[in-house]
Design a protein around this ligand. Structure first.
Ligand code: BJW
Ligand code: ZN
Length: 242
């Protein structure tokens, strides 16, 4: 049962600009593991051993192999009912923005148009020496090298690295302009991405969280809906269409 009042539904119906800020839980129902929590990949792999530049330089083949493994999962995954609902919101709301911490391309594949990718995209790679981009890389386990001899890395943001400036700036603008801000499937512990929730709050947006459990920012939100995003978002959309 959807825990939204008539006033809440009206508020969503009348919204002029909705931002969906998503994290790994958004894609959990597409079969892509989250990072933290019960089934999180970081129960098995330590982030400091894999998701930073020093780890990559120390053991490039191991880090590359880990990303190849995840790339393969992403390639075979499909947008779930939550991604599709966000894309469908575009038909009912004047402006919809998807800001994602995910690197899996699933918002785009679901049909969302206005997307900011804060932590990069696993489909892209670049040479750490000359910055040439490589989109299609042969599926081999050993780390590939650029024409210039530099190592090729995935175009994702590791700990200690800056977020892509255009993506973060665009996300900040959308967040400060929107009137409704959904926080979907994120533990909201990684910064500066999580700071957007405070930006939304500061600028007066109504904040609705969707998560299977309470998070660090639940107390900050106007509404915290407990459940799976692939169930809750289509239910909200159904109410909007009524
Ligand atoms: C469901 C569900 C379902 C499940 N339905 N829900 C301020 C304070 C403290 C630390 C810092 C700070 N500012 C910066 C830092 C340092 C650091 C940081 O934040 N550390 C904290 C972890 C302590 N940040 C950085 O280093 C960032 N860069 C930076 O700050 O640059 C400036 C700088 C430069 C130089 C020197 C110093 C500073 C970069 C952060 C990059 C994060 N990268 C990763 C890896 C990306 C590549 C890859 O995939 O391999 O991004 S880490 C990982 O965490 C990934 C995610 O995008 C990110 C967030 O995780 P997310 O999405 O929230 O996933 P989970 O697993 O945590 O949560 C899933 C949620 O879904 C859970 O709540 C579930 O309950 C829920 N769920 N199923 C609904 N079906
Ligand atoms: Zn190069």
């Amino acid at each position: 049962m959807l825990d939204l009042s008539k006033t809440d539904i009206e508020r969503i119906k009348c919204a002029k600009h909705i931002v969906f800020f998503s994290g790994a839980g958004m894609s959990a129902e597409s079969g892509i593991a989250t990072f933290r929590g019960k089934d999180g990949i970081w129960n098995k792999f330590k982030p400091e051993e894999l998701a930073n530049f020093n780890a990559f330089m120390k053991n490039p083949n191991m880090v590359w192999e880990w990303y190849q493994y995840r790339r393969n999962i992403v390639r075979h995954a499909f947008p779930n009912a939550g991604h599709l609902a966000i894309a469908e919101f575009q038909n009912y709301v004047p402006k919809v923005t998807a800001i994602t911490q995910n690197i899996d391309n699933l918002h785009k594949r679901a049909g969302s148009h206005n997307i900011f990718e804060l932590h990069g995209n696993i489909e892209r790679n670049y040479c750490i020496r000359c910055k040439t981009f490589y989109n299609d890389i042969e599926e081999k386990v050993e780390i590939p090298q650029c024409k210039c001899g530099g190592l090729i890395r995935p175009d994702v943001v590791w700990f200690g690295e800056y977020l892509p400036e255009d993506q973060f700036q665009g996300a900040e603008i959308a967040t400060s302009e929107c009137d409704l801000f959904f926080v979907v499937g994120t533990s909201a512990v990684v910064y500066p991405a999580a700071s957007l929730i405070y930006t939304a709050k500061y600028n007066g947006a109504f904040i609705i969280e969707i998560n299977i459990e309470k998070t660090e920012i639940s107390s900050l939100t106007n509404k915290s809906l407990l459940g799976e995003v692939g169930k809750i978002l289509p239910e909200i959309l159904k109410k909007i269409k009524e």
